[in-house]
Write a protein that binds this ligand. Structure first.
Ligand code: D5M
Ligand code: FE
Ligand code: ZN
Length: 482
C-alpha cells in the first residue's frame, strides 16, 4: 500500500496535469515522506513554467543535486577471468599437467628470492653426497605431526623427499602449510642419513605498495545473497539497493558493486533443499536477481561471480554463470559476468575475487584456523600464493592443463565470501575482505554451530582504502568482525 504522503504528492501532480514516469515513482518511494509535499510542489511549479508536464527521475535528481557526478572516476578492466580459459583435460594426465603447471608457476614466483639460486631437484639430492645444506622445493604431499617430530613429504617433478623437523617453531610453520601447497625447504643430512628440514619458505607476498584510485570512488562488496532461499534477507537487501540511489553522500560515490558468489541458492545443491526455497527454479531465482539489479542506477558497474550454489560448472575454476541460465544479466550494459576466481581493476585498484570454497577443507586440516576468522584463512592462501591447494577433499578441482588458481598477480584487495562471516583485515598492504552474506542462519548452519553475521554492507573508498560498513540486520548481536 502507498504511504499517504506519497499518494498526496502524486495526486497533487496528477491534478495539475502532470504525468509521473515510473522511475520517478520508484525514486519518490525512497524519499523522506515529510519532505514529499514540498518537493513535489516545487518541481510542479518549476516544470509548469517550462511547460513540460512530465516528472521523471532526472527532475528529482536535479532537485536533490544528486545527478551522476561525471568527474568521479569509474574505470574498470577485467584483468583475469577463467571463463574462456577452462579446457578441462581428462583424468590422470589432466591432473599431472595441473600439478606440473602449479609447480612451474610457483617456482617462478619464488625465484625472486636469493635462496632460490641454490634450488636442487629432489632426485639429484638423493644421489649426491651432501656436505652442506641444500634447498629443494615441492608440493606438500603429506604432513604428519607426532609429539616431538613432524614429518613432511615434498614432491617435485623429479621425485619425493621425506624430511623430519625437530625444531619447535619450524614445526608450527609446517603445521600451517596447506596440503598440496608449494613450499621451499632447506635440508640437511642427519646422522642416520635421513633429511632434516631446517627451514621452510612459502612463496608469500613481497612488501609492496598498493595501487589507489585517484578519486574517492566507492566500491560495495557483497557475497552470498542466496536469492531464492527462504532465508535470503530480501527486505534488508532491498533497503540496501534503495540506498544506492538515495541522496546519501557515500551512496552518490558508489560506482562498483562486486558480488562474490552464491548469488542464488540454486536447486538440488543439498538434500531436501526444495523445502527451504521460495523460488523453486534457478530461472526464477536468477530473474529475481536481475530485477534487483534493474533497481541499481546504471552508472554503477556490477560484477557477478559464481559460487558453489550457482548454476554452471561446480569444479574450480568456475566459468561465469552461463548465459543460457539468464540472458538478461549478460545483456545488461552495467553487468559484468566473471568466473571464479577473477581479478578486476577498479580505477587501477586490483581486486582478486574468489568465492572461497577451499576454506572448508582448510579449516578442517589446519591447526589454529576456524570459520570464526575467515581472513586468517585468506592470509594462508596469500602465503601459499594459491586459492585452493588441497586436492581430493570436499572442494572439486577440475583437471585443467594450466593451474588457474595460483595467485600470480598481487592484488590490492582480496575479496572472498562463502563462509557467511563478514570480516576485515590487512596483510602486507593487501586489504582482506570477507563480505559475509545476505542469508539468515540456515537450519544446517545452526546444526553445526555456524553463526553467520548476515546483512552487513561493506563499502571501500578506493582512494583512501577506508572501509565503511552499514548493518542492515535488526539483530543487535550481529556485528562486523575485524
Ligand atoms: O556455505 C556456507 C558455509 O556453510 C560454508 O562455510 C560451508 C558450510 N557448509 C554448507 N554446507 C555444508 C555441508 N554440507 N557440509 C559442511 N559444511 C557445509 P554455502 O556455500 O553457502 O552453502
Ligand atoms: Fe554461501
Ligand atoms: Zn558458498
Amino acid at each position: 500500500m502507498l504511504k499517504k504522503e506519497l499518494t498526496f504528492a502524486l495526486d497533487y501532480a496528477l491534478n495539475k496535469g502532470f504525468q509521473i514516469h515510473p522511475n520517478a515513482f520508484e525514486f519518490l518511494e525512497n524519499v523522506d515522506t515529510k519532505k514529499l509535499e514540498k518537493i513535489i510542489k516545487e518541481i510542479v511549479r518549476e516544470k509548469t513554467k517550462q511547460k513540460l508536464f512530465q516528472i521523471n527521475q532526472d527532475d528529482l535528481e536535479d532537485y536533490f543535486g544528486i545527478k551522476e557526478d561525471k568527474d568521479l572516476q569509474s574505470e574498470y578492466k577485467v584483468l583475469f577471468d577463467p571463463t574462456s580459459k577452462v579446457t578441462s583435460a581428462e583424468g590422470i594426465s589432466g591432473y599431472n599437467s595441473l600439478f606440473s603447471s602449479r609447480f612451474k608457476k610457483l617456482k617462478k614466483i619464488i625465484s625472486d628470492r636469493p635462496e632460490s639460486k641454490m634450488i636442487k631437484s629432489i632426485a639429484s639430492i638423493k644421489t649426491a653426497k651432501l656436505d652442506e645444506d641444500v634447498y629443494v622445493c615441492g608440493l606438500v604431499t603429506s604432513r604428519n605431526s607426532q609429539r616431538k617430530v613432524t614429518n613432511l613429504v615434498l614432491e617435485d617433478p623429479s621425485g619425493t623427499v621425506d624430511g623430519i623437523i625437530f625444531d619447535n617453531e619450524l614445526q608450527k610453520t609446517a603445521d600451517s602449510l596447506l596440503s598440496d601447497q608449494f613450499v621451499m625447504a632447506r635440508l640437511g643430512v642427519g646422522k642416520n642419513s635421513g633429511f632434516i628440514i631446517k627451514d621452510l619458505i612459502s612463496p608469500d607476498i613481497p612488501d609492496q605498495s598498493s595501487n589507489r584510485s585517484e578519486s574517492e570512488t566507492f566500491a560495495l562488496f557483497l557475497s552470498d545473497l542466496h536469492i531464492g532461499s527462504k532465508y535470503f534477507m530480501e527486505e534488508e537487501f532491498n533497503e540496501l539497493v534503495s540506498w544506492l540511489s538515495s541522496p546519501d553522500s557515500v551512496a552518490r560515490k558508489v560506482r562498483f558493486v562486486l558480488i562474490c558468489g552464491d548469488v542464488v541458492d540454486g536447486v538440488g545443491i543439498y538434500p531436501n533443499q526444495d523445502k527451504e526455497l521460495v523460488c523453486k527454479t534457478t530461472d526464477e531465482q536468477l530473474e529475481k536477481l536481475a530485477s534487483l539489479i534493474d533497481k541499481i542506477p546504471d552508472y554503477i558497474k556490477i560484477f557477478i561471480m559464481p559460487g558453489n550454489h550457482d548454476p554452471g560448472r561446480r569444479a574450480l575454476p568456475q566459468p561465469a554463470i552461463p548465459k543460457k541460465f539468464n540472458s538478461r544479466l549478460w545483456e545488461k550494459d552495467n553487468v559484468v559476468m566473471v568466473g571464479n576466481p577473477a581479478v578486476v581493476s577498479l580505477n587501477g585498484v586490483k581486486v582478486l575475487m574468489y568465492h572461497g570454497q577451499s576454506i572448508d577443507d582448510i579449516v578442517k586440516t589446519t591447526p589454529g584456523l576456524s570459520y570464526d576468522s575467515p581472513t586468517n584463512v585468506m592470509k594462508h592462501l596469500l602465503k601459499a600464493r594459491h586459492l585452493s591447494p588441497i586436492y581430493g577433499s570436499q572442494t572439486p578441482i577440475a583437471p585443467e592443463v594450466e593451474d588457474l588458481m595460483v595467485i600470480e598477480e598481487i592484488p590490492d584487495v582480496f575479496h572472498v565470501g562463502h563462509v557467511h562471516r563478514a570480516q576485515l583485515d590487512m596483510y602486507k598492504g593487501i586489504l582482506l575482505i570477507n563480505s559475509g552474506s545476505w542469508q539468515n542462519q540456515t537450519p544446517f548452519q545452526a546444526s553445526v554451530g555456524m553463526v553467520p553475521n548476515p546483512g552487513i554492507a561493506l563499502m571501500v573508498n578506493l582512494k583512501t582504502f577506508q572501509v565503511l560498513h552499514q548493518n542492515y540486520n535488526p539483530r543487535l548481536d550481529n556485528i562486523l568482525q575485524s
